[in-house]
Design a protein around this ligand. Structure first.
Ligand SMILES: Nc1ncnc2c1ncn2[C@@H]1O[C@H](COP(=O)(O)OP(=O)(O)OP(=O)(O)O)[C@@H](O)[C@H]1O
Ligand SMILES: [Mg+2]
Length: 253
């Protein structure tokens, strides 16, 4: 299996707060990999670093053999090491799409307009129209609501729209930041079913961040556990589900 995403020894700070410390992770093409961890452990920071929204203090991130984020000594900032190599839109154009925490939908726009935003890099109107139709086939509820303002959708429908919006750029990999957050168990199961189909049918590699450790480990093949900005465990998801420490700390057993 070939490696698609490689995160090598990265650190990210917010002022004096060390949000990520020497984190390394690897995601193979076609896999579903999850990252679990408590509130404030650094999960969202990691996803933001991958898409170039937070600069690295050290380390590098490589996607499909190309370095997308690395540190560089800059003359500004008194020799501080912090920089990113590419802007977020360039990283999106390479094939990574982020579904952000809390969905971040444009509430006053219709479903259709939100999907158009996801295709901001696509110049071909016919292709955009085709992709929207395939999203409406895949998420029929979005087709039925296409001209409705997004604020009128339920939480689950908004999450589906956020996923569909990310897929509008036809990514090779999607990063999902807590897709189950604040949703009822049946709705979460529905969304995880869709994520599995996106992976299996469309061959999209999935990097899933969740506080809901049980759902995430069941949905994935490999998992990482983050505590206070550091990776403390990495194993097959089935092994993590059986791991005593994981069971006690994250599965409430
Ligand atoms: N913009 C910011 N400025 C300062 N500190 C931040 C910022 N964003 C995050 N932090 C801090 O960095 C740490 C990691 O936050 P992060 O949001 O990555 O955690 P998380 O694992 O995603 O948490 P949650 O499960 O609550 O979403 C926390 O201590 C948080 O308070
Ligand atoms: Mg978060």
């Amino acid at each position: 299996m070939s490696e698609l995403l490689s995160i090598d020894d990265i650190s990210v700070s917010y002022g004096n707060i060390k949000a990520l410390q020497n984190v390394s992770m690897h995601v193979n093409q076609g896999d579903i990999v999850c990252l679990i961890g408590a509130n404030g452990s650094g999960k969202s920071t990691l996803l933001k670093a991958i898409v170039g929204q937070e600069p690295l203090v050290n380390g590098s991130i490589t996607f499909d053999g190309e370095e997308i984020c690395k540190t560089r000594n800059t003359l500004e900032g008194k020799g501080k090491k912090r920089n990113k190599l590419m802007t977020t839109d360039v990283i999106v154009s390479r094939g990574i799409a982020l579904v952000p925490e809390g969905r971040r939908v444009f509430a006053d726009m219709t479903v259709e307009e939100n999907l158009d935003m996801g295709a901001f890099l696509v110049r071909d109107d016919k292709l955009i129209a085709e992709r929207k139709e395939s999203m409406y086939d895949f998420f029929p509820i979005l087709g039925a609501r296409r001209r409705q303002k997004t604020r009128s959708l339920s939480g689950g429908e908004q999450q589906m729209m956020a996923i569909a919006r990310a897929l509008m750029s036809a990514p090779r990999m999607i990063l999902l930041d807590e897709p189950g957050l604040g949703l009822a168990p049946l709705v979460i199961a529905d969304i995880f079913g869709k994520i599995d189909l996106i992976n299996k049918q469309d061959n999209v590699t999935v990097f899933l961040v969740e506080q809901n450790a049980r759902m995430a480990l069941k949905a994935s093949t490999e998992g990482y556990v983050m505590e206070n900005g550091k990776i403390v465990l990495n194993d097959k998801s089935s092994a993590l589900l059986a791991n005593e420490k994981v069971r006690a700390a994250y599965l409430g057993e």
